[in-house]
Design a protein around this ligand. Structure first.
Ligand code: M6R
Length: 622
């Protein structure tokens, strides 16, 4: 939620990310930040802003050394060129793309924010929970605020501390210590050639470029084109990116609480830049849907020793709880069914935001398994922190292996789905399902059978991931594109599939969609159905087939248009979406056409499926 990008490079000479400085191509930090921010737009796209410290700004109407700021409402991907004032020679800049929390979507509320005198400039991801009391205090001291954000107080706090005699670095540290909540912050000062960045709960990664360049970003793909050498900031840590003379910058890491210096290891990652690009696809969402054959295969090939180790932890735990949010929360629910049906083992499920009450039952013999794509979702993280405080063991099933969740877990099972950029989760979802199926089979003592079944599933995905099938789904989307409501029903392990299908349809088509357990319809929801309401009926060939088809009949009798997702056609279906069948892995098969349907509806209704309104990819606020 919110993307941060910052760059510091040499002022002259040396090879920079924009070419040879001093040979007609002076470093233009603002342009580098603009490019980086575009790659982080999936984290927030209400508004954006960049602040650059100009070296020879005078020629462009700014004083040398002045920090110039440009900010706008709207998507940064639509920006082709920065304002003239930003194009002066600069070797230090910070930027932000926003997902609004405090204050509406306006230019004033867009980051960066400045102190009273404009010398301190900050960007921020997360929430300062105590900002109101700090703001009141600052107002009492004479500070005036230009925005409704919680962020702006941070710039004023630093300024206040500097007025009291601290230098920029000490004022930054002291201000961070006063803030509560989960956040990541970056600050610069008019009189300093340095970038200060700190994290408490929201991700920040430092990239080490060549010849004294450094990058700070909320996510690695933002600077992948420049460097694959990274250093992670952990919670309560900060980095000082300082320029050593004219030609190079250096990085020093500190513990925010103790001020102790920390030696950081540079990690070289093997991500390929194109993995995080759309390639020939019009949107990330369809690219990621189509990648599922490969991503699923990688999940199935997860190191067996790792799966067995996790299975052993589940077997010996005194109670296991699966936790996740949104789609990952629905996958966690599927897990409950997999463990019940495959391993005859009871596990609990909680959504991250509803985890609190579980703390009463957690001990040092409990196990909590987090399911997450990003590994940064604040509600899930908070659940893990609660569990850890009780001594419980933590396993995380995550896509971003270097995420906070992965780093605080006792065991990590990486999804290996590759970067997932579209807000709507697709390939990470099916990989999470596969891992939970493997775990359930491992607990039952027959991991090989689970693998065999999933390999068979993967082999059948081509029946769906092809242009002909896509066209068929597009035709169905055309038929229901003007629906007011879509109802989805499933039973047993396809009940959470119905819930997840609803999320997919809601978030990108903006059509009201709701998932129900087939048997629950008659207890209330069936009143929603009227002539022509599209109802998606998930009807695998399992022991519940007759019952779910019975529920379809009940819907049809009230005028519903029945869209059956099933290996076989049935008389009750008005439209049939054929899916290959595969026992306990049917949720994977059933979800894929619904992901496609959601995507096609979004495109037909002229919504941007990659950046749906009001949403962001990584939800780092509670
Ligand atoms: O990164 P996570 O998997 O922890 O994210 C959890 C949810 O925010 C996420 O699944 C969300 O519901 C997606 N937009 C659904 O497509």
């Amino acid at each position: 939620m919110c993307g941060i990008f910052a760059y510091i490079g040499p002022t002259e000479n040396g090879q920079t990310s924009q070419g040879q400085a001093g040979q007609g191509q002076p470093p233009k930090a603002a342009a580098i930040v603009l490019k980086g921010l575009k790659k982080l737009e999936y984290r927030g796209y209400d508004s954006w802003g960049i602040a650059a410290k100009l070296k020879n700004g005078a020629s462009r109407g700014a004083e040398a050394g002045e920090i110039v700021i440009e900010k706008h409402v709207g998507k940064i991907s639509e920006v082709e060129k920065l304002e003239d004032k930003m194009l002066g020679e600069s070797s230090l800049a910070i930027g932000h793309s926003r997902w609004a929390t405090h204050g509406g979507v306006t230019n004033y509320n867009a980051h960066p924010h400045t102190s009273e005198d404009g010398r301190v400039v900050v960007v921020h991801n997360g929430i300062f929970e105590n900002f109101l009391e700090l703001k009141e205090d600052l107002i009492a001291k004479g500070h005036q605020f230009r925005s409704e954000t919680d962020t702006e107080i941070f710039a004023h706090l630093i300024e206040e501390k500097m007025h009291a005699g601290l230098n920029f670095l000490a004022a930054f540290k002291a201000s961070c210590k006063m803030l509560t909540g989960r956040y990541a912050v970056v600050a610069i000062h008019r009189d300093e050639n340095m970038i200060l960045a700190a994290r408490r709960g929201s991700p920040l990664i430092v990239g080490k470029g060549q010849n004294g360049e450094y990058f700070v970003a909320s996510d690695v793909p933002a600077f992948l084109e420049y460097t694959k050498d990274i250093m992670y900031l952990d919670d309560n840590q900060m980095v000082v990116l300082d320029r050593e003379g004219a030609s190079a910058a250096s990085a020093a890491f500190f513990n925010l609480e103790t001020d102790e210096k920390i030696e950081k290891r540079v990690i070289s990652i093997d991500w390929k830049e194109e993995m995080a690009e759309k390639g020939a696809y019009p949107h990330f969402m369809i690219k990621e849907i189509m990648e599922q054959k490969e991503s699923l295969a990688r999940a199935i090939n997860t190191d067996e020793a790792l799966i067995q180790k996790a299975a052993q932890m589940i077997k010996s735990a005194y109670g296991t709880t699966l936790v996740g949010c949104g789609t990952a929360g629905k996958v966690a629910m599927m897990g409950e069914y997999f463990f019940a049906e495959i391993a005859k083992k009871h596990v609990n499920t909680k959504f991250g935001s509803e985890f609190k009450s579980a703390r009463h039952f957690l001990t040092d013999r409990s196990l909590v398994i987090a399911v997450s794509q990003s590994g940064e979702t604040a509600d899930t993280l908070e659940a893990l922190e609660t569990a850890k405080a009780r001594g419980a063991k933590i396993i995380s099933i995550v896509n971003v292996e270097t995420s906070t969740m992965a780093r605080i877990s006792d065991l990590v099972i990486p999804l290996k789905a590759g970067p997932e950029k579209a807000v709507a989760s697709t390939k990470a979802t099916t990989s999470q399902i596969a891992i939970l199926i493997l775990l359930a089979y491992a607990v039952s003592g027959d991991l090989n059978e689970g693998k065999r079944m999933l390999v068979e599933v993967d082999g059948k995905l081509n029946d769906m991931l092809n242009p002909r099938y896509e066209k068929h789904i597009e035709g169905i989307a055309e038929q229901i594109k003007n629906a007011q409501d879509i109802i989805i029903i499933g039973r047993d392990l396809n009940y959470p599939v119905a819930l997840e299908s609803a999320i997919k349809l809601q978030e990108v088509s903006y059509i009201h969609a709701e998932g129900f357990a087939g048997g629950e319809l008659k207890h209330g929801p069936i009143a929603l159905v009227s002539e022509g309401t599209p109802c998606i009926v998930i009807a695998p060939n399992d022991e519940f087939k007759a019952e779910i088809l019975g529920n379809a009949m009940e819907l049809k009798a009230r005028g519903a248009k029945i869209i059956g997702v099933s290996p076989e056609n049935a008389a009750v279906f008005d439209i049939w979406i054929r899916v290959p069948m595969n026992g306990y892995a049917s949720p994977i098969m059933n979800l894929i056409p619904i992901q496609m349907l959601a995507y096609k509806l979004a495109v037909i209704r002229e919504n941007n499926p990659d950046m749906p309104r009001n949403l962001a990819k990584s939800v780092t606020v509670k």
